[in-house]
Design a binder for this molecule. Structure first.
Ligand SMILES: [Fe+2]
Length: 468
């Protein structure tokens, strides 16, 4: 592959060519693996398998999941591509067939005639990997999720036993309510501007659909739940399939429209509330909760969608900062404050506090110029009780991925758990970092070194009790 034309396929963003299995003898454990953990840290990401003709970070690239399994203080590692119909078709023809969400290509007739995937929009399955209702799913927000086995082999597309209809695109950012075990998710469609909240019970059975009408299809990536509400940001960010098919920049940012915050009752009753603010964009929430007649939302604020210049193929120098928003349900007033001036993304929380008052947020963070090396060299901890932001830096040129809070099975306290992420540090290589959630000062309590590269990726989760 010649990747020189693609800034976001350089360095540790470049793909790897192998699927690997490493047992504990091949991994090098530095420090002590926390005892008592049974489960797996899994992270999805983009790993192009064939020479790309066009590439938009972070929306393109074949999905690959990397996993570190924990059992009785021992660890194992695997990585596998998700066997999507697009990847299988390209493998069958041994060439690049599909384009990018930034530049779609018509599917050649010989590919269609031979039974290859006919949809020009690649379901990359590259964005997130979740484990809910005993189902392990690789997710991408433009289509159905892919069902995986615990060993990361692909079963195929999963439609939630018929709940998803052809053309439904399920978000890659569902939230699990710790009180009910419900998975709160949403579908959008390429052929409609509307949005549908989808609720599944703790076993993954479809319970409820709540429709939300829009006049224009917006780019809505994440959602946040509280005990009683679902909150989404409807920013003036739009994508046009027609423009992508013509090879034009399909991403639009129209700040004069402002950003609307839609508050949807989880009961589906009582109507939605709409709050209006100046334009901003956000990929990710950290958490949200209800307090004294207000909804509090912590999220990573960005000044605009990062695709309007160069379709995301250049290095984006934009501020990304943790903000706290308050929505006053009685007055309709919106408050918004910068919590920290640290550059951050991929914000997470102890999932047992999802939608509830909490103390700590975690995010991939940077203490250097984003434009210098375009990566996050720190794990950040945001203490919403004291206002303090604490960073652990892995090295000036390191890249740290999404930090996932892993609860201590013997404690309800956030600070007694661990924070895990993959790190690539030139000179040190790839490792899974395990920090103590309550004490960043000494750095990782354990590093699981992986004898090979783990490219930078997207979302990760702790799969409690999942094992090989
Ligand atoms: Fe995301």
């Amino acid at each position: 592959m010649d990747l020189t034309a693609f800034p976001y396929l350089q360095g540790n963003y470049a793909p790897i060519a192998e699927e690997r299995d490493f047992d504990e003898a091949q991994l090098r454990v530095e420090g002590t693996v926390p005892a008592g953990l049974l489960g797996a840290y899994m992270r999805d990401g983009a790993n192009v398998a064939f020479q790309p003709k066009h590439y938009v970070y972070p929306l393109d690239g074949d999905g690959m999941v990397h996993a570190v399994y924990f059992r009785d203080g021992h660890v194992q590692y695997k990585n596998r591509w998700v066997q999507t119909s697009h990847l299988l078709t390209e493998r069958k023809f041994n060439r690049t067939i599909y384009g990018s969400v930034g530049k779609l290509l018509p599917v050649p007739q010989d590919v269609i005639d031979a039974g290859g995937e006919a949809n020009p929009v690649r379901n990359t399955a590259n964005t997130n990997v979740i484990y809910h209702g005993d189902k392990l799913l690789a997710m991408w927000e433009g289509g159905f999720p892919h069902l995986l086995n615990p060993d990361l082999s692909t079963v195929g597309l999963y439609d939630y036993e018929g709940a998803l209809k052809p053309g439904d695109a399920l978000t890659a950012h569902p939230k699990v309510c710790p009180t009910t075990g419900q998975l709160v998710s949403c579908t959008q469609r390429w052929d409609s501007p509307n949005y549908w909240v989808q609720v599944f019970d703790a076993r993954g059975r479809h319970l409820q659909t709540i429709p939300v009408e829009f006049t224009r299809k917006g780019i809505i990536h994440d959602l946040q739940i509280t005990d009683n509400y679902i909150v989404i940001f409807y920013a003036p960010a739009f994508h046009s399939v027609e423009k992508a098919m013509k090879g034009e920049n399909p991403f639009m940012w129209e700040p004069e429209l402002g950003t609307r915050i839609i508050v949807i009752p989880r009961s589906g009753k009582g109507g939605n509330r709409v709050f209006e603010t100046d334009a901003f964009f956000s990929w990710h929430y950290c958490n949200g909760f209800e307090r004294d007649g207000q909804i509090v939302i912590d999220y990573v604020w960005i000044n605009s969608i990062p695709f309007t210049q160069g379709q995301g193929t250049g290095v984006e120098k934009q501020p990304r900062r943790m903000h706290r928003m308050t929505l006053d349900l009685a007055s309709g007033r919106v408050g918004d404050e910068e919590f920290s001036d640290i550059f951050c993304e991929f914000s997470r929380v102890d999932e047992r506090r999802m939608g509830k008052p909490y103390r700590y947020g975690f995010a991939a963070s940077s203490n250097r110029d984003w434009g210098d090396a375009h990566g996050y060299n720190c794990t950040g901890r945001f203490d919403f009780e004291t206002g303090e932001t604490r960073l652990w830096e892995y090295g000036p040129q390191a890249n740290a991925g999404e930090p996932v809070h892993v609860p201590n099975p013997d404690s309800e306290r956030e600070e007694d758990g661990w924070v895990m992420c993959f790190v690539h540090n030139p000179g040190e290589g790839a490792f899974l970092s395990i920090l103590s959630a309550g004490d960043f000062t000494g750095g990782p309590v354990c590093k699981v070194h992986i004898p090979g590269r783990v490219p930078n990726g997207f979302h990760a989760n702790w799969m409690q009790h999942l094992h090989l």
